[in-house]
Design a protein around this ligand. Structure first.
Ligand code: ACO
Length: 335
């Protein structure tokens, strides 16, 4: 993988996902806020999303996904050298979700940490985990994207509550048997000027929790949807173009485009601008909504289940999230 000093190639060796069983449909939301199934479907592409029951937290979902990935890899939790968790909804400020997952799965040889990159969380965590394997520091990295967005969504705000869901995805990153198969390259960027467009204003050191912050609903996601939409389309196209160009590739060389599932229109607009055939685009936002750090592994899993993701396929991952954070990861599937 370029972008650092690669000593060896890396690959996604296994993939596991988990969503909580409870489903929140557009029809359910119609009873909660002034919205309609037609509006949600047309503006976002979302039909339903999975939501945790009370008391279930991000590390619970992450644990299930992690165990599935480790099992598929034919490894044990003790084989993991590092755990990197992309999440915006950690169980609590500290300990990190990586620590909680390490304890839950019994990964007695792993260190780890969380990556805060919002909707780009999985892409960033994948790059970090991969680099730690590429340098030879670790044989296997457990990379997780997991979020319980329902814990920070205002179910009285129709502009945001229809968008998000809960879920988790995990991959095991291991050395690649062949250097041309596996993780090839990445482009990541941050643009902090986008902070006001999407954030949770209270709960941190700027606005610690008070009765007033709770009364003002400051512990929920606040978003300028149109600003995020425009930035997402422009920057996803930009980073995708750059990662393709510097690898001598064109849109037609991409077998599968797996973008963060925030909005069907964002994904298709990006694909169109890149000149990617829509048949190469993975869309599963209809069933899961925006699960933040979990969308990309959930989409990879569905593409694999549908027979659309095969060994050797050139896959382009792309994400934009709060911050703003931006990422594109290019790989050849070798799982
Ligand atoms: N039901 C019905 N009407 C609604 C709803 C709803 N759930 N939500 C908003 N509206 C209304 C608005 O009030 C507005 O009404 P008005 O014209 O009377 O003021 C109207 O619909 C249009 O609102 P817009 O904000 O212009 O709608 P837009 O087409 O931009 O769609 C959306 C809104 C879906 C939020 C879109 O902007 C979007 O997806 N933005 C990206 C946000 C995102 O995905 N963020 C996730 C995290 S970041 C990331 O993942 C990239």
């Amino acid at each position: 993988m370029r972008g650092g000093a690669p000593l060896r190639g890396t690959r996604i060796a296994a993939l596991g996902t988990y969503v909580p069983p409870r489903v929140l449909t557009n029809a359910d939301l119609e009873k909660m806020v002034d919205t309609s199934n037609e509006w949600i479907l047309q503006r976002t592409g979302i039909h339903e999303r999975h939501i945790v029951d009370d008391g279930v937290a991000t590390s619970d979902l992450a644990k299930e996904a992690a165990l599935r990935a480790i099992d598929e890899a034919g490894l044990t939790p003790d084989d993991m050298g590092v755990i990197v968790v992309g999440t915006t909804t950690p169980d609590m400020f500290f300990p990190s979700t990586a620590c909680l997952v390490q304890n839950k799965i019994g990964a007695s040889n792993a260190w780890g940490f969380d990556v805060g990159a919002a909707c780009s969380g999985f892409a960033y965590a994948l790059t970090v985990g991969s680099q730690l394997v590429a340098t030879g520091a670790h044989e296997h990295a457990l990379v997780i994207g997991a979020d319980v967005m329902s814990s920070i969504i205002d179910y009285e705000d129709r502009a945001t509550c229809v968008l998000f869901g809960d879920g988790a995805g995990a991959v095991v990153v291991s050395p690649a048997a062949e250097p041309e198969l596996g993780l090839l390259d990445f482009v990541h960027e941050i643009d902090g000027s986008g902070g006001p467009a999407l954030n949770m204003p209270a709960g941190g050191s700027r606005n610690p929790a008070t009765h007033e912050t709770v009364d003002k609903r400051m512990h929920f996601v606040h978003q300028d949807g149109a600003a995020v939409f425009k930035f997402a389309v422009r920057k996803m196209e930009d980073v995708c173009r750059r990662v393709l160009e510097r690898n001598g590739l064109e849109a037609g060389d991409v077998d599968l485009f797996v973008a963060h599932q925030a909005n069907r229109r964002i994904i298709l607009s990006t694909a169109d601008r890149l000149g990617l055939d829509r048949s190469r685009v993975v869309l599963n936002i209809d069933r899961f909504g925006n699960t933040t750090a979990a969308t990309i592994p959930l989409a990879l899993q569905d593409a694999r289940a549908d027979g659309r993701l095969k060994e050797g396929d050139r896959v382009l991952l792309a994400a934009v999230g709060a911050g703003f954070t931006v990422g594109a990861v290019l790989l050849r599937w070798a799982c």
